[in-house]
Design a protein around this ligand. Structure first.
Ligand SMILES: Nc1ncnc2c1ncn2[C@@H]1O[C@H](COP(=O)(O)OP(=O)(O)OP(=O)(O)O)[C@@H](O)[C@H]1O
Length: 270
């Protein structure tokens, strides 16, 4: 059954200092939800809370079928939710295929047995992330972008209904940025996956998200469809600089343009 999750009334802190307060966020099956906002606004902490890597001081995290996410066993939770974190330690000397195979851990028995679909899922995940050709190479010998795609393949091999991505386009060249975001969109459209993705590029968020959650200073400032949330008023207030919002003449897509000190010099004369 397709599933989503929601967090409500979340208060999150580090060493007693509250960094997210009263946050609510819903990730629906078949939808891409983008979390945006300035540095330090709490996006990663909120995503990590949904991934059960940061325990809330207050609030709840539930799946749409009513199951409490915080009460599940680690293995059951790992069959439902995966997170592509911002940074991960890279194991040395481990082949790409084996790293992607880590994603199958919730499906394996005590003796690493019982996962009949595992090998096919690992091959599929490597294929869609463009790393099948490097399957035999040690992961610590890859470039930052190649590694990022290996980690994404590991998440996909985990075969969860909920996919959390923290700045997944980091380190990626233009083509793979587009391909990874397209893949996230396809997983939502074709497989009913609920995708929650932290993005700094507001144009990317506008291009792929069904919903955008804008955070500022640890609070949800706006939540809704991209055109409702990504307004000049909201963005200028959130980021503390003027942000123009328009529509791209070629694609019809919403575009955002921060105005810097030298922006006028680059304006094309009418
Ligand atoms: N391990 C930590 N210990 C203490 N404070 C932390 C820790 N991690 C994050 N914080 C603080 O929590 C707040 C929210 O951080 P978080 O990483 O969630 O923000 P973010 O919106 O994801 O930022 P960025 O866009 O810079 O990645 C920040 O003030 C940050 O300094």
């Amino acid at each position: 059954m397709p599933e989503g999750m929601r967090g409500d009334g979340l208060r999150l802190s580090y060493h007693g200092v509250t960094v997210v307060e009263g946050a609510a966020i819903a990730l629906a099956a078949g939808e891409v939800t983008a979390l945006v906002g300035p540095n330090g606004s709490g996006k990663s902490t909120l995503l990590r809370c949904l991934a059960r890597l940061h325990r809330p001081d207050a609030g709840s995290v539930d799946f749409t079928d009513g199951t409490g996410a915080l009460a599940l066993s680690a293995k059951e939770f790992a069959k439902r939710v995966t997170l592509l974190a911002q940074s991960r330690p890279t194991p040395s000397g481990v082949r790409v295929r084996d790293v992607v195979g880590y994603g199958r851990h919730p499906y394996r028995g005590r003796w690493r047995d019982g996962d009949v679909n595992g090998p096919a899922k690992v091959e599929w995940a490597m294929e869609v992330c463009g790393v099948a050709a490097m399957a035999e190479r040690p992961v610590d010998e890859l470039s930052g972008g190649e590694r990022q795609r290996v980690w994404l393949a590991t998440c996909l091999a985990q075969e969860t209904g909920i996919l959390l991505l923290d700045e997944p386009t980091n380190h990626l060249d233009l083509r793979y940025q587009v391909e990874i975001l397209d893949l996230a969109r396809d997983l939502a459209d074709d497989h009913d996956v609920a995708v929650g993705v932290v993005l700094h590029d507001l144009n990317q968020a506008a291009a792929i998200a069904d919903r955008v959650v804008l955070l500022r200073d640890g609070r949800v400032m706006a939540d809704g469809e991209p055109r409702e949330v990504l307004t000049s008023e909201h963005l200028s207030a959130a980021y503390g600089i003027e942000v123009l919002v328009g529509t791209d003449a070629n694609t019809g897509q919403l575009t955002t343009c921060p105005v810097g000190k030298h922006s006028s010099r680059r304006r094309v004369p009418a």
